[in-house]
Write a protein that binds this ligand. Structure first.
Ligand SMILES: Cc1cc2nc3c(=O)[nH]c(=O)nc-3n(C[C@H](O)[C@H](O)[C@H](O)COP(=O)(O)OP(=O)(O)OC[C@H]3O[C@@H](n4cnc5c(N)ncnc54)[C@H](O)[C@@H]3O)c2cc1C
Length: 505
């Protein structure tokens, strides 16, 4: 069998048939099977926006060697004898649990929130005016914070190549669109993620794993320097290895770990606001036209001096109230697979090290408390879950007002951010916004909502050379470790940590 790698350019709304013709014409009329290896949108010239596609064609009539591909990590079958307890079913927890179960370990996954079907209903009731749902909200519940997200599956971390392949193959097997395997900016959308979460649950159960919902890790039993049991309100769960994958919204759990002597340090994070625009404004700025058939909404990623940048852009998405606890105001963004909504949103944040902001070393607990006090301040300012908001134009000293329509499910509350947000950071963000407006035409026509405070954790756990923290059989994985950020890198952190444990056996 021979192979040939081909680079093609295709129009925005190309069909499979057109691609087949394109491949055949590059092979002098020979039709042969091929796979897409990579696909990215080239929008550098507004007059010629097109897809760049790399395919690998294979046929006995071709003479080239098979292109090298990174192998998926093998999960060693060395897990028998491990009795693992995993707390948290977000990307880090579920992928760690799956890797453990595939290795032959006995796994109990405990999740403080509800199964994903109930969680969807809880969120709908809340957004319809019901009480805050503590066990089924945007961060908490089966699937973790990644479930009701845009499902962007990008990661800039270079050191997770093989774990990433394992993650992508399991996601596709669980029902994710196959194109996530080749798009440079893959995303799955919340609608797919709910289905995928159920499917990953079924996979874990089929491997013999056990899942306990509405079960919160409240403490750890420690005997002779090792963790011996996970403590929950319903009793203790004994084990040999303990994985805490709580995410960084679970500040109660992080503080419990700190109180047990698990070493954490304060690190830089980034805080700010969610900017919302009409998607059409972004499309026109990026493409020169309001829409292009075959391409979902346009994206943007902007940076400015003073460590100000945009983050987690959701074309055609919604801004959502994403606090894990009542009485706090936190916003984030999500979208469906179609990304077909009329609004675009993205975080606009400034990097900050809490200790540097205060001019004195804060303890990890103080850093968490500081962030929570800001989130509470936004809630109190709004008098509820309405989002304190301000037009970008008025922050830039121009005429501006809040829009009549927004994707946010609660009212936008006109706010003077200087009253509730650290002023040095607000000044940096304002300068950054002016820069963004110069670079992206119409950017000042957007609205800022707050508070965006969960871009990354302000604290980071220390790990020993075997990946353990505080105790030789305790592993803090995913975003709650402060060592990953986003769905892919959190899942990869869970997989990588499990592989390390298995390799040492
Ligand atoms: C609205 C929104 C949109 C996002 N969009 C994207 C995106 O498009 N792309 C991207 O890469 N990232 C996105 N993120 C970030 C991403 O979701 C997180 O980085 C990722 O989910 C972190 O994974 P994790 O497993 O470490 O933690 P989490 O996903 O936070 O999961 C933690 C889980 O642990 C459970 N838990 C917490 N404490 C306990 C306890 N004591 N006992 C038992 N269970 C516990 C929680 O209920 C939760 O299910 C988004 C986040 C939000 C909130």
């Amino acid at each position: 069998m021979g192979f040939r790698v081909l680079e093609l350019e295709m129009p925005p709304d190309f069909s499979r048939g057109q691609l087949e013709k394109g491949v055949a014409s590059r092979l002098k009329g020979m039709a042969c099977p091929f796979i897409i290896e990579k696909q990215s949108l080239d929008a550098r010239k507004k007059s010629s926006i097109h897809w760049k596609i790399r395919v690998i064609a294979r046929s006995p009539a071709l003479s080239g060697p098979e292109p090298e591909q990174e192998p998926e990590p093998e999960i060693p079958r060395s897990g028998s004898g491990i009795r693992a307890v995993v707390a948290g079913s977000g990307p880090a927890g579920i992928f760690a649990a799956l890797a453990l179960a595939e290795s032959g370990a006995r796994v109990t996954l405990i999740e403080r929130g509800e199964p994903v079907e109930k969680r969807t209903l809880s969120i709908d009731r809340f957004e319809g005016g019901g009480a805050f749902p503590e066990t089924g909200n945007y961060p908490f519940g089966e699937g973790g914070a990644g479930t009701f997200s845009d499902g962007k599956l990008t990661s800039r971390t270079k050191s997770i190549g093989t774990e990433k392949l394992w993650f992508f193959s399991r996601m596709i097997a669980a029902g994710a669109p196959p194109e996530i395997g080749w798009l440079t900016h893959p995303h799955v959308g919340s609608d797919n993620l709910v289905r995928i979460t159920r499917s990953l649950r079924d996979r874990l159960l089929s491997l013999g794993g056990e899942i306990l919902f509405n079960t919160r890790l409240t403490d750890l039993d420690v005997t002779e320097g090792r963790v011996t049991a996970a403590v929950t309100a319903d009793g203790k769960i004994d084990g040999t290895h303990f994985f805490v994958a709580s995410g960084h919204s679970a500040t109660d759990t992080l503080k419990m770990l700190m109180s047990k002597g698990v070493p954490y340090r304060v690190k830089s994070t980034a805080i700010g606001f969610r900017a919302e625009h009409r998607q059409e404004i972004i499309n026109k700025a990026q493409w020169g036209v309001p829409a292009i058939p075959g391409i979902k909404g346009a994206e943007y990623r902007l940076t400015a001096a003073g460590d100000v940048y945009t983050f987690c852009m959701c074309p055609g998405g919604r801004v959502v109230p994403s606090s894990a606890f009542p009485g706090l105001n936190i916003v984030n963004g999500m979208s469906l697979y179609a990304r077909g909504g009329p609004f675009a949103n993205a975080a606009v944040v400034a990097a900050v090290n809490p200790s540097e902001l205060f001019g004195q070393a804060l303890s990890p607990e103080q850093a968490l408390d500081w962030l929570e006090s800001l989130e509470r301040g936004f809630y109190e300012y709004a008098g509820g879950y309405g989002a304190p908001s301000c037009s970008i134009a008025s922050l830039l000293g121009r005429k501006g007002s809040l829009p009549a329509e927004t994707s946010y499910p609660f009212p936008l509350v006109p706010a003077d951010f200087a009253e509730i947000f650290p002023r040095p950071l607000l000044a940096r963000i304002t300068t950054g916004l002016a820069e963004f407006d110069r670079r992206l035409s119409g950017y000042a026509g957007g609205t800022l909502m707050g508070l965006e405070s969960k871009t990354s954790s302000p604290v980071q756990v220390e790990r020993d050379d075997k990946g353990a923290s505080g105790y030789p059989n305790l592993y803090v994985i995913g975003e709650g470790s402060g060592r990953s950020g986003g769905i892919v890198s959190s899942a990869a952190d869970g997989i990588k940590t499990v592989l390390r444990v298995l390799q040492d056996r």
